[in-house]
Design a protein around this ligand. Structure first.
Ligand code: PGA
Length: 249
């Protein structure tokens, strides 16, 4: 039985005081929540939020990290610095990193391996563009991003990886994949994991859906056999929209 995993990606939003206010509300409203939870604030709010969620059922995540441990990399943040703040997980390969900041599969894979080497959990995001979906390439794109993203990752380390399927056309657009369409891609990704790591690993793999998840559609998405949670952007910015998703029934 897989555990549902609901994560909030706060993107480039919130000052420290705004982040603290949301984190406090989530700690109190999710304390009886039954699933696995994570919040990923901006780097600047990690320490503030980390102090609030420490010792609760909400994990602290970062939205990105550098591919190198340390060194002359102006403007980057290293895995060692994240760990120093109590960060437990990192989102890698988000479509905004891939498409706005031109991160490729090779770079993302380097980050994945580095994060795992240092004991972090990883949420590896994959997903196709609208034109790729329309050209019938959604499965192929997700397969490539999954295979390349996981290159060199051992079966043991894979246990700390979650895959987030985020169709790019559904992110921040209000357009959600239908539960059926999302489930089909999730099933395909699971098959890819099976080919790489075997049946047991495929069964155990947590695959989140992301892209305009809202309180109104969360339960239908989660009801699907292959959807094991959500990576939430816009609706994660307020307790009143994140909590109902996190406590979907
Ligand atoms: P959204 O973002 O929920 O605002 O569509 C999801 C994501 O980018 O992870």
């Amino acid at each position: 039985m897989r555990t549902y995993f609901i994560a909030g990606n706060w993107k480039m939003h919130k000052t420290r005081s705004e982040a603290a206010e949301l984190a406090k509300a989530l700690v109190s409203q999710l304390k009886d929540g039954k699933h696995k939870y994570l919040v990923a604030p901006s780097f600047t709010a990690l320490e503030t939020v980390g102090n609030i969620v420490a010792g609760t059922n909400i994990m602290l995540g970062a939205q990105n990290m550098a591919a190198e441990e340390q060194g002359a990399h102006t403007g980057e943040v290293s895995v060692l610095q994240l760990k120093d703040l109590g960060v437990q997980a990192v989102i890698l390969g988000h479509s905004e990193r891939r498409h706005i900041y031109k991160e490729d599969d090779e770079l993302i894979n380097k980050k994945v391996r580095l994060a795992l080497k240092h004991g972090l959990e990883v949420i590896l995001c994959v997903g196709e563009l609208l034109e790729e979906r329309e050209a019938g390439k959604a499965e192929a794109v997700c397969e490539t991003q999954t295979v390349k993203g996981l290159e060199g990752v051992s079966a043991e380390d894979l246990k700390r990886v979650t895959i987030a399927y985020e169709p790019v056309w559904a992110i921040g657009t209000g357009k959600t994949a239908t539960p059926e369409d999302a489930d089909a891609i999730h099933a395909y990704i699971r098959k890819v994991i099976g080919k790489l790591y075997g049946e047991a690993a495929a069964k155990a793999m947590c695959i989140q859906y992301g892209g305009s998840v809202k309180p109104e559609n969360a339960a239908q998405l989660m009801a699907k056999a292959n959807i094991d949670g959500a990576l939430v952007g816009g609706a994660a910015l307020k307790a009143e929209t994140f909590v109902p998703i996190a406590k979907f029934a």
